[in-house]
Design a binder for this molecule. Sequence first.
Ligand code: HEM
Length: 99
Amino acid sequence: MYLNYADSGRMRVTQLPQDRAKFKVPSLRNVALTAPYMHDGSFTSLQQVIDHYNSGGQPHVNKSTLVHPLNLSTQEKTDLLNFLNTLSDDSFVRNNLFN
Ligand code: HEM
């Protein structure tokens, strides 16, 4: 996965090869409630997303140098998951005005 993208990303708009496989950075607000993840919904859980980032992701010519193996411990991955879960706004989600 992620060696080839069915969706060429920003390149569809700009036609520039350097924009291939580039996608908008999404808001993480309420991210625990909005699975599946990434532009193609290829991850079904935040745990999978964290494991993906922790591995440094797959090679791609346009991959950011900011994305590299993180070597997170099990505890650090749990901490990160717990942090992402704090971004849920229950008062908004449970608001009957939006049902
Ligand atoms: C451990 C660090 C990181 C965590 C926990 C994290 C978390 C996430 C999550 C949960 C998503 C999915 C959001 C969704 O689908 O609604 C996401 C997507 C994304 N993140 Fe990160 N992120 C991290 C690092 C980074 C870095 C360093 C960059 C940029 C250099 C980045 C850029 C993006 C982009 C562009 C997407 C959208 C990808 C797509 O649509 O396929 N993230 N991130």
